[in-house]
Design a protein around this ligand. Structure first.
Ligand SMILES: [Fe+2]
Ligand SMILES: [Fe+2]
Length: 471
């Protein structure tokens, strides 16, 4: 099914036949457009960008490329096709047909899950607002804008669910999505990692690698939902999320590659004077972004998470591939606790530990990128190894929030933490150095000095293709 782009809001949800919903969304649209102008990508109004636009959800059919004037991007509403006879796969309703409407008794919980997810989408656009001014290349600028428009579309996806299934409270929540802002002291975004700044491109690549990957796992857990419209929405969002993580993984790989080249060329570890990002600084940024993203999975043991699971609202990662009873009545799962100076694993009720299990799946997935960057370092003959910090490191939420831990996971005193912190997390001087490298490069095919060119261009285009046109 292809989408009629003559409609104001392209969609595959039958908006043409649903006047009430169409009018609700048309009323929300101007506020969204105002938000995009004020808090979306800065100075992008007159740019033509070589973007991918979804025009259908068929495999291969949703990737259509062409120049789009940024403010004219059409944010559509797309759901993956329904699976015939889909059943709820877990919890107390396991085996029942999925719900096409919101079950009355789960309304508040479902709304909360959708609002929490939805709030992250515009937040990341706000966090990335100023990055276009310091792009390392046109290729990277285009990828930034691609991620930004897709996060905007993800907001549309969640707002569609709120307007379509939650009546008046849904409309109010949709408005509030545009009223909370990243880092706003009075009305901040709901989750803390989305109130942090993304002031430079190293932070941006770290964010798309680590924080967008949290998105992947949250969306995958919501894609298991018994509420079928939420499941179908998340399944389509996941196809776009993959690109965001690709931007992070390859961006960071290119940074590491360039640094190793400079180390070899000048036979020194002290590469800052050659205008690249030294590996210890890279490691500190990694430590920061990983620990902030790990917090997004919440408390290790959570009765809310247990209820969402039992109700059939939010499952586990790849629920149907797990070989257990999918109700978790008597099962246990190892969850960490702090015992004196040790982190120990204690068998906890698996139902209460679904957050922790999702965090475990996430951490395993994070490791793959670190392994790849280490391969680049080894390939260059450089003696340095990047590591993923222990989950206890620099946490603000959960059992580790009250203690200090080294990146290796040893529990230490506050005093020792204060002394060592500058070795583990970016200092003001580190951030100032990274920011000093950020100067825009907008000549087609040219790259900033601190990053190598990508392995290939976008959609088969050359590296020196004019991915963004300035007027
Ligand atoms: Fe997203
Ligand atoms: Fe994303």
């Amino acid at each position: 099914m292809s989408i009629d782009y003559q409609e104001m809001i392209p969609n595959n949800v039958g908006l043409g036949e649903d006047r009430r919903l169409r009018r609700a969304l048309e009323q929300w649209l101007p506020g969204f457009q105002r938000w995009w102008r004020e808090l979306g990508p800065a100075d992008s109004d007159s740019l033509d960008v070589y973007l991918r636009t979804a025009i259908s959800v068929e495999p291969g059919g949703w990737a259509n490329y062409g120049y789009v004037r940024m403010p004219d991007y059409r944010w559509g509403i797309f759901l993956a096709h329904p699976e015939p006879d889909r059943r709820i796969n877990f919890g107390m309703h396991k085996g029942d047909p999925v719900w096409r409407q919101v079950p009355g008794e789960y309304r508040a919980d479902l709304r909360r899950l959708i609002v929490t997810q939805g709030d992250t989408e515009p937040a990341s656009v706000e966090q990335q607002r100023h990055l276009g001014k310091t792009c390392p290349s046109l290729y990277d600028l285009r990828n930034l804008f691609q991620v930004n428009v897709e996060e905007g579309r993800h907001l549309w996806a969640m707002v569609y669910l709120l307007h379509g299934f939650f009546g008046r409270d849904g409309r109010e929540e949709a408005e509030a999505m545009l009223e909370r802002h990243s880092g706003d002291p009075d009305r901040p975004r709901i989750l803390n990692a989305f109130n942090e700044e993304t002031p430079d491109w190293l932070s941006y690549f770290m964010f798309t690698y680590f924080t967008d990957r949290d998105g992947k796992f949250q969306l995958a857990a919501l894609a298991e939902s018994g509420f079928d419209p939420l499941s179908r929405t998340c399944r389509f969002m996941l196809t776009e999320e993959a690109h965001h993580m690709f931007v992070g993984e390859t961006g960071l790989g290119r940074v590491v590659q360039r640094t190793c080249e400079a180390m070899n060329e000048h036979t020194t570890d002290e590469v800052r004077k050659h205008g690249v990002i030294d590996l210890p600084t890279f490691q500190k940024y990694l430590n920061f972004h990983f620990s902030a993203s790990v917090d997004l999975f919440g408390q290790e043991l959570s009765t809310n998470a247990a209820s969402y699971y039992t109700m059939g609202l939010k499952g586990r990662f790849q629920e149907t591939r797990i070989g257990d009873d999918h109700t978790l009545a008597d099962a246990t799962y190892p969850a960490p606790e702090v015992k004196g100076e040790q982190v120990v694993l204690v068998a906890a009720p698996a139902l209460n530990a679904v957050n922790e299990r999702l965090r475990d799946d996430y951490i395993a997935d994070c490791r793959r990128g670190v392994d790849k960057w280490n391969e680049i370092i080894r390939g260059a003959g450089v003696d340095f190894e990047l590591t993923l910090p222990h989950r206890a490191f620099n946490r603000k939420i959960g059992v580790f929030a009250g203690v200090k831990a080294t990146p290796e996971g040893a529990i230490i005193t506050q005093a020792r933490w204060e002394r060592a912190r500058a070795n583990w997390l970016p200092t003001g001087a580190d951030r100032a150095y990274v920011e000093s490298l950020m100067a825009p490069v907008t000549e087609p095919g040219k790259m900033a000095n601190w990053i190598t060119p990508p392995a290939k261009g976008i959609n088969g285009k050359r590296l020196n293709y004019e991915y963004v046109r300035f007027d």
